[in-house]
Every structure is written in structure tokens, then in C-alpha cells.
Design a protein around this ligand. Structure first.
Ligand SMILES: NC(=O)c1ccc[n+]([C@@H]2O[C@H](COP(=O)([O-])OP(=O)(O)OC[C@H]3O[C@@H](n4cnc5c(N)ncnc54)[C@H](O)[C@@H]3O)[C@@H](O)[C@H]2O)c1
Length: 252
């Protein structure tokens, strides 16, 4: 896949999947503009540009998007990858925590999409790839995060439908579990989690950050020029069927 001289905005660039996206797009020749809440997480990355903003803060998003557009113009590709959750169940969350997870994972993403979509439509070219989750497709815990990730699919279809005639495509990937810093707090609580997780997946393992990045890059690339408004699970088969049911109930 060739992204030579194309500008690619990656949010959450300082995280586990973000770093794989920066590496993958960079290797394919892109000028990668990394965004994150905290500039320090961007320091080690090979970036052509950077922007720092907090997706929970509308003024910060506005300022970050304006800086980004002023410095680099309308991006060729936007990967909405930043995300965050701690609320494993409704029982463990108060009302503010529910609101916070929706703010970061959906409202903030919608605000940033709004800020970048206009200039991309005016330039009459561009591709969005939204990093949603298998949590958008079925319930695997984290209810507010899951609702936000399902909301992202609606947002993605809106961008695809409204932006299509201006040459802007939009698609989403839904990763299954990926071992990134997002899992640190759970594994600190129970070191047996990675082995337990692998047994739930048809491939007998979870996917890697690089595998998620490959799928994102395909959807962002010219090879996917006829694909818009679609959702691709990158989940080692999790949403294809229920491995424990087959193993424990049917004895296969
Ligand atoms: N790791 C998984 O198992 C998994 C599974 C499905 C989907 N995802 C999604 O993949 C994406 C990347 O996750 P990851 O696993 O690399 O996690 P990560 O925690 O390593 O990275 C997430 C990044 O998002 C940034 N971020 C968080 N809150 C932010 C905010 N308020 N403003 C700006 N940036 C913020 C973080 O600083 C971090 O750099 C997320 O959208 C996540 O929901 C992850």
C-alpha cells in the first residue's frame, strides 16, 4: 500500500494501536501527524507533525483541529483511533463516569470529525477510518464505552453518505482484544487474563496491533477506493461464533 506524500492524521497515536498505525503508515510513505492528549507519549514516535488535545474538552478539540489544519491543510486520511474505558459494568459506574466515557469515545470523536470533514469535502478527497470495537457489535462488558463505539458506526455511515459525492470515504474497524496498555489495569488485577482470553477466540489467540493497523491501512488506501460505509471486524473470529459453547457444550 502506497501513501507516499499523503498526510495521515492518527488520534491516540501514543497508544498501542496508535504506535502500530504510525509505524505502518510511515513505512508506506505517509506524512503522519500524531495526535494525543499528552505530548510526551508522542515524543518517541517518528512524526511529521503533532497536535495535542483532550477529546473530553470541546475547546481543546477546536484549538487542536484549528492548529492541525493551519499547519498541514486538510488531511488525506484521518484515523480516529483514540479511545478509553474503565467502566466494566453499569454497576461499577456512576452517572458521571457514564457521561465521561460517552464524551471521550463518541462526542469528542464527532466534534473532531465535524472540524475535519468540511475542509476534506471542500478539497474533494479523503478517507476516514474509525477504530470502533467488537463491543459495538455485541455485549462484552463496558456498557457506556460499547454504546459510544456503536455510535461511532452511525457517525461513520453518516460521513460516508454525506461525504461520498465530495470524494470522502469513511469505514470502521472493530478490533477484538488487543494487548496494549489499555489492558494493563486488568492484567495487573489478574495475570491469568491473557491465557483466558485466547481460549475465547476461534484463532486461539488475540490480534496484534500490527494486524489492526493493516486493516485500517487497507480501508484508507486506494485499494479500497470502492468501499465506503462499511465495518470490518479484526477480531480473530470472536464475532463469528461462540468457542466456549462449541467446546464446553458440544464437546468439539
Ligand atoms: N486494546 C483493545 O483490546 C481494543 C479492542 C477494541 C478496540 N480498541 C480501540 O482501539 C483504540 C486504540 O486503543 P489501544 O488499545 O491502543 O489503547 P491505548 O490505551 O494504548 O491507546 C489509546 C490512546 O488514546 C488516547 N486517549 C485516551 N483518552 C483520550 C482523550 N480524552 N483525548 C485524547 N486522546 C485520548 C490515549 O492517550 C492513548 O494514546 C481505542 O479506540 C480502543 O477503544 C482497543
Amino acid at each position: 500500500m502506497d501513501f507516499k506524500d499523503l498526510s495521515v492524521v492518527v488520534t491516540g497515536a501514543g497508544g498501542g494501536i496508535g504506535a502500530a498505525l504510525v509505524e505502518g503508515f510511515g513505512r508506506a510513505g505517509a506524512r503522519v501527524i500524531g495526535c494525543d492528549r499528552d505530548g510526551r507519549s508522542l515524543d518517541p514516535l517518528p512524526l511529521a507533525g503533532r497536535a495535542t488535545f483532550d477529546l473530553a474538552d470541546p475547546a481543546s478539540i477546536r484549538a487542536g483541529a484549528a492548529d492541525l489544519l493551519a499547519a498541514h491543510g486538510a488531511p488525506d486520511v484521518v484515523v480516529m483511533n483514540a479511545g478509553w474505558t474503565r467502566g466494566e459494568s453499569f454497576a461499577s459506574m456512576d452517572e458521571d463516569a457514564v457521561g465521561r466515557e460517552i464524551d471521550v469515545n463518541l462526542t469528542g470523536v464527532a466534534r473532531l470529525t465535524h472540524a475535519l470533514l468540511g475542509p476534506m469535502r471542500a478539497r474533494r478527497a479523503g478517507a476516514f477510518v474509525f477504530v470502533s470495537s467488537v463491543n459495538a457489535l455485541a455485549h462484552y462488558g463496558n456498557p457506556a464505552y460499547s454504546a459510544a463505539k456503536a455510535g461511532i458506526l452511525g457517525l461513520m455511515r453518516a460521513v460516508a453518505t454525506e461525504g461520498g459525492r465530495d470524494g470522502v470515504r469513511a469505514n470502521a474497524v472493530c478490533p477484538g482484544s488487543v494487548r496494549t496498555p489499555a489492558w494493563d489495569h486488568r492484567i495487573a488485577r489478574d495475570p491469568a487474563i491473557p491465557a483466558a482470553l485466547a481460549r475465547l477466540y476461534p484463532l486461539g489467540r488475540i490480534v496484534t496491533p500490527a494486524e489492526v493497523a493493516e486493516a485500517v491501512m487497507f480501508l484508507a488506501s486506494a485499494r479500497a477506493s470502492g468501499i465506503t460505509g462499511q465495518t470490518l471486524a479484526v477480531d480473530a473470529g470472536l464475532t463469528a461464533g461462540n468457542v466456549p459453547f462449541i467446546r464446553d457444550i458440544l464437546g468439539e
